[in-house]
Design a protein around this ligand. Structure first.
Ligand code: ADP
Ligand code: MG
Length: 728
């Protein structure tokens, strides 16, 4: 009888590193397959290209005439690269990206075959995408969904198709994707930040949001992956006895990248560079077979698009190397999970990073202004920010066996904390001294130029200030980072607007600008003290303390999602124009539904695996033992046989114990699932899955993992952790 596990292992061991084809210099191939501004100048009529740049730079809308001229140039360029098809590339609420390919091929008026691509199809399309989650928007309003060109993210060619980044909206304008509200949030925070930056420099005309993502992931050999139906269908292992050696030696972290993995990374980087993704850093992560890839930060819209693109590219390239990429936040129990750290900052058109300390007190007042506003925004909306990263998959990572914890707090480091404490306690009259030369003293110890060495790190913080940016670490590795970034942008935009109103009110009463700023900053600092936490986020005490501080400590994902509909959230998203009430309700519906579906699938797959693989292996082993016990009696007398069989009888009973617990558990799980499936209300259904299915799955798993340990290795049919995590 063949054993699929051993067949898979044989195949996996035979896999060799690919020869790395000639590697081209990054600077040469960068953006080779992107319709960059240089290419636009080359392929689009010169009178049109100026207008196009203007609308790209100034968020203006596109006219049909321009679209037509752009389409002609774009088609010519794409066809030279071998493209035969085009597609609108959008980001539905499923979390991945979507494309529907159409050929350039068409007939002209006389019936002759030709390649055609017009402005109208570049501009807008109506993909038949009715199956994407929409949270009821398309049922209530209109069935149609449109994708429309986002000229701020350039088109690119992958393989035989021209991809056009688009937003995806309902006929009535409601967003059905992540990109639309992300773009709105970038506009909102840009405007609000520009107004505040103007207190310090009138030349600031625009503020950009920057995003740098660090993508963590696991690689698993394709043959082993295919022999694990749970990995294939849910993206994670639903069972598996922990390997004796996992990450306790920390020997994988930043270790030498295995040769086969390096070949994968090299090809991936080359392809990413051609698509204009500025990949920079790669390394082994903490867990075995876990890695990280980080591009250089970009404008947030582009950075977010590039992360999505990188993820699909990774899946594609992995195939060439007989690997599968796991983006699940917790594919294996007992070892670290994967995140997608979102590094976020605001920068002006004059080249100033608004969240980095400056060179003089005046610049530092600006830095402190923005720092405090971010703190205030994160404090007010800490529960909501957690909701943006909450999902069935990230739940295993957050507040699970390894952090970040399911509590949002901000790490600032000792130096910044000290400076903020001094400001908070300073006397406004003595604190601000401005001499005749308009030089200003902050009345506090100078803020160090930058907390240059980033040694002051805290890995347990979900939201950390790291010297010149904030690092939102709680974001999950499989998430569309737009969801988190758009909420952060909107929250900061709202807070900056409030801040400006307060400062302006003081100025209107005759206060000097610096004094007004200082007064409001001091008050803000007092109000958002609770969000600052530099201690160990993993500790039990922190859970208690966070609760006492009034921070959101909810651990149930379905309940976290409620935060989107809280009065403060609706007000914040509404006032900044990022998401209206209908859109928020729809997003919640989608999140709850997604939660239930993920658990429904997991629970079904788990039940099947247990019944088809685990129990038969256990029973077979039990039968082998029983046979031996019976035979011994034929050879030895009863007394002797009893002694000799003692261990085996114990093992037979032990296996029986676990097997019966599993059978009872699976029966119970199935009936609970049927009950949950019948609940109409999405929120209630998600709650039922959370409250009843999650605990019983955990319980069954314990017995399954015990069996894996006791049953003869030769009979076990599913690749084990020690194989999945260490073969490469
Ligand atoms: P670390 O692991 O030390 O956090 P990495 O080099 O892995 O650092 O990743 C840091 C990420 O932060 C990169 O994507 C980098 O481009 C990005 N980053 C650096 N400076 C900024 C900034 N001012 N704004 C946004 N992202 C930034
Ligand atoms: Mg980092």
């Amino acid at each position: 009888m063949s054993n699929i596990r051993f067949d898979a292992l044989k195949t996996a061991w035979a896999h060799q590193p690919n020869n790395v084809a000639s590697v081209q210099r990054a600077s040469v191939i960068f953006s080779q397959n992107v319709f960059t501004r240089e290419k636009m100048k080359e392929y689009i009529a010169s009178n049109i290209v100026g207008e196009l740049f203007d609308l790209m730079d100034n968020e203006k809308t596109l006219s049909r005439d321009i679209a037509n001229s752009v389409a002609i140039g774009m088609k010519k360029w794409a066809m030279e690269l071998g493209a035969t098809h085009y597609t609108h590339w959008f980001q539905p609420l499923t979390g991945g990206t979507a494309e529907k390919h159409d050929a350039f091929f068409d007939f002209d008026e006389k019936g002759a075959p030709m390649e055609k691509f017009s402005g109208s199809v570049l501009y807008q399309q109506e993909p038949d995408a009715s199956s994407f989650p929409n949270g009821g928007i398309r049922n209530t309003f209109e069935a149609r969904g449109y994708s429309a060109w986002d000229p701020s993210s350039p088109a690119f060619v992958i393989g035989d198709r021209l991809c056009i980044p688009t937003i995806f909206v309902a006929y009535t304008g409601e967003a059905l994707d992540y990109k639309t509200p992300l773009l709105r949030s970038i506009t909102a925070v840009g405007k609000a930040a520009t107004a505040v930056a103007n207190y310090f420099d009138k030349n600031v005309k625009r503020v950009y949001t920057y995003l740098g993502t660090e993508q963590e992931f696991f690689l698993v050999d394709e043959a082993l992956y295919n022999a694990r139906p749970d990995l294939m269908m849910t993206g994670r292992t639903l069972m598996g006895h922990y390997a004796s050696k996992s990450q306790q030696l920390d020997d994988h972290y930043l270790g030498t990248i295995p040769e086969r993995v390096l070949a994968f990374m090299t090809e991936l980087e080359q392809e990413a560079l051609k698509l204009g993704i500025p990949v920079k850093t790669r390394h082994n992560e903490v867990a075995p077979n876990q890695f990280e890839l980080a591009p250089i930060y970009e404008e947030a819209n582009l950075g977010s698009d590039h992360n999505q693109l990188l993820m699909s590219l990774m899946e594609q390239v992995a195939h060439h190397h007989q690997f599968r990429v796991l983006f699940h936040e917790k594919p294996f129990g007992g070892v670290n999970g994967s995140g997608k750290h979102c590094n976020w900052s605001l920068g002006t058109n004059t080249g100033v990073n608004l969240v980095a300390p400056g060179k003089n007190p005046y610049q530092n007042l600006q830095f402190v202004t923005f720092l405090v506003n971010v703190l205030k925004a994160v404090h007010r909306h800490n529960g909501l920010l957690k909701a943006t990263i909450a999902s069935a998959t990230n739940a295993h990572r957050l507040g699970g066996h390894e952090a970040p914890p399911a509590i949002i707090s901000v790490f600032l480091g000792a130096q910044i904390n000290e400076a903020l404490n001094q400001i908070e306690n300073a006397d406004v009259d003595k604190g601000i001294i401005i001499n005749a030369k308009k030089e200003m003293k902050l009345g506090v110890g100078n803020i160090p130029e930058i907390l240059l060495d980033n040694t002051d790190r805290n890995r347990t913080s979900p939201f950390a200030f790291t010297g010149n940016r904030f690092e939102f670490r709680a974001v999950g590795s499989s998430a569309n980072c737009g969801a988190a970034v758009l909420a952060l942008n909107a929250a900061v935009a709202e807070q900056l607007n409030i801040f400006r109103e307060e400062v302006d009110a003081l100025i209107a009463k005759g206060e000097a600008k610096e004094r007004a700023l200082f007064t409001v900053i001091k008050r803000c600092l007092k109000e958002c003290r609770a969000i600052r936490f530099d201690g160990n986020g993993y500790s039990q005490e922190w859970q208690q303390e966070a609760k006492a501080r009034g921070l959101d400590t909810e651990t149930s994902v379905p309940l976290m999602i409620d935060q989107y509909l809280k009065k403060e959230s609706v007000q914040m998203f509404g006032s900044t124009g990022v998401l209206n009430l209908a859109e928020l309700q729809a997003r919640c519906e989608v999140k709850w539904e997604n939660y239930s579906l993920k658990l429904q699938i997991e629970s079904r797959v788990f039940g099947d695996l247990v019944i088809n693989h685990v129990l038969p292996a256990a029973k077979r082993y039990q039968a082998m033992l029983l046979e031996k016990v019976a035979h011994l009696k034929q050879v030895f007398n009863a007394e002797e046989a009893k002694v000799l069989n003692e261990q085996d009888c114990l093992l037979i009973r032990r296996i029986e114990g676990h097997a019966s617990a599993i059978i009872a558990g699976v029966d119970k799980m199935t009936s609970l699932r049927i009950k949950a499936n019948h609940i109409e209300n999405q929120r209630e259904r998600a709650l039922a899955f959370h409250d009843t299915i999650v605990p019983i799955m955990e319980d069954i798993r314990k017995h399954v993992d015990e069996l894996e340990m006791w049953v003869d290795d030769q009979l076990w049919t599913l690749p084990k952790y020690r194989e999945l995590l260490f073969v490469h």
